[in-house]
Design a protein around this ligand. Structure first.
Ligand code: G
Ligand code: G
Ligand code: MN
Ligand code: NA
Length: 254
């Protein structure tokens, strides 16, 4: 209840900030895009992790205004930089299933693109497989529409959900993001490695790119390059950071 009240205040008083984490080409290390990750500067508790407040916001429904703020903020900052002719990267925004499945989500995306003037090619949306719960047909149709708008859609935390593989056939998505649980043990656990290998092969047969998350060491990068993974993300390359700090990173990253 305390956090719920604090979240209301935070929404009103703009206590949130977006950080960005690079996603790199596996082989070259060139930054391909960045993922926007929300941060909460709580006046008394300091930085509160989204791992804590996102699940609460999902329970209370506050994820709707919060998710809208994140999408607007990401699009507006990016559109401003783009308009000034500065170097930009496509930004991937996490969309909670509740937000996606709520009436008017597509209209909200259209409105934000129109108001900010952001080229849709610079926006990516990350959602988990749970968008399919409670009506796969409708979700598939919405993704088709997003695809038609030239917005890239990625399936986040792939392999951890309820995951009927058959839906992959029907979804016009472009990317899957391998959950970091698979990457954590990839060097030591034969089964994790086999799952990763299998998912990459399957995705490539379907024309999908694969991003591996949670890369923390060089050996994991090398292993994933060997397994033909397309893109990598993790603390080994860079932590989530304010946009200004992205510009000081070497590109390619190590
Ligand atoms: O870095 P990290 O601690 O930033 O994020 C923890 C969790 O919170 C992850 O599962 C991430 O997907 C989620 N998350 C971070 N930012 C957002 C956001 O803007 N919207 C949603 N729905 N989830 C987010
Ligand atoms: O659920 P989602 O994939 O959106 O979550 C992104 C989360 O993963 C964020 O909390 C981000 O800070 C975290 N993250 C990114 N790279 C790494 C990493 O290399 N190791 C760990 N442990 N977490 C990471
Ligand atoms: Mn994500
Ligand atoms: Na993920």
């Amino acid at each position: 209840a305390l956090l719920r009240h604090d979240l209301d205040t935070a929404l009103r008083e703009n206590q949130f900030e977006l950080y960005y984490q690079p996603i790199v080409d596996a082989v070259s290390g060139q930054i391909c895009s960045v993922e926007a990750l929300v941060r909460w500067h709580h006046p008394r508790h300091g930085m509160v992790s989204p791992g804590i407040f996102i699940p609460i916001a999902e329970q209370t429904g506050q994820i709707i205004p919060l998710g809208r703020w994140v999408l607007e903020q990401a699009c507006r900052s990016l559109a401003d930089l783009h308009a000034k002719g500065e170097r930009v990267y496509p930004v991937a925004v996490n969309i909670s299933s509740l937000q996606f499945r709520r009436d008017g989500f597509l209209d909200e995306v259209r409105r934000i693109l129109k108001e900010t003037g952001l080229p849709p090619e610079l926006l990516e949306l990350e959602m988990t497989e749970s968008i399919l719960l409670g009506g796969a047909e409708e979700a598939i149709e919405m993704i088709r529409i997003l695809d038609g708008m030239n917005i890239t859609v990625a399936i986040d935390d792939f392999g951890t959900g309820f995951s009927s593989l058959s839906y992959l056939r029907d979804l016009p998505i472009h990317k899957i993001k391998l959950d970091r649980a698979f990457i954590r043990n990839i060097l030591t656990d034969h089964s994790s490695a086999a799952i990763v290998q299998g998912i990459i092969a399957m995705a490539h047969h379907m024309g999908l790119a694969v991003v591996a998350e949670g890369i923390e060491e060089r050996e994991q990068q090398l292993d994933l390059i060997r397994r033909d993974c397309d893109m990598l993300q993790g603390f080994y390359f860079a932590r989530p950071m304010p946009w200004e700090d992205l510009l000081t990173l070497p590109n390619p990253l190590p």
